[in-house]
Design a binder for this molecule. Sequence first.
Ligand SMILES: [Zn+2]
Ligand SMILES: [Zn+2]
Length: 243
Amino acid sequence: MYNIIADFHTHTIYSHGQGTILDNVEAARRKGLKKIAITDHGFGHFTYGVSERDIHKMRDEIDEINSTYDDIEVLLGVEANLIGLDGTVDLEDDYLDFFDIVLMGFHHGAIPNSIKDAWGLFGRNVVGKVLPFMDKSLRQDNTMAMIRAIGQYPIDIITHPGAKIDIDSRLLARQAAKHDVALEINAGHGYMTVEYVKIAMEEGVSFVINSDAHTPERVGDFDRAIEIAKQAGLEPSRIINAK
Ligand SMILES: [Zn+2]
Ligand SMILES: [Zn+2]
């Protein structure tokens, strides 16, 4: 029922994946994919953000691969980090047009934009996991931060929404639909539940099914995400990388 022809979320050795760009591309070709995006973590991740020097090397490697193969298209992307309650993302102005595709998600370990965000966005979400009843506005603040981000940056996909931080699915889906941003059903994380997809579906938003592969072997492995989409009754026409 679902024929997924692109994997828009894969990691390489440039952040914390295990394969090279070419390893991921070869794996994608073996699986018959027509497109793959290389989406290592944004500059602002403390332990595994891509360095600015490497990002230009990545661009050259990808251009080279694209000129060699004509059966697959390789996109240079980034998985940018949400770093502020005001919607700030670790994507500097100089790089707004640099990437072919921009993904954005929340990750612990990203460097907060300010002292206020260190607690307001990161600290609170750590405490909130253990004591969810303590902080009634946490869910709303998380959701608003995401919504402000998609209003400010050229974001194409929100990665694993609801993973790591609590989100109001309906509100986020509604705003994502308005800004033409797709919500990811991530085959690696189990956080996008069938229930979440069903709620988001009602808001008219688009979806994308990605592997979030950290090894070449996992590129194009969509099984878990497809199962969720199927159970939710999601139409393939709503999935941007389904044929
Ligand atoms: Zn992620
Ligand atoms: Zn990722």
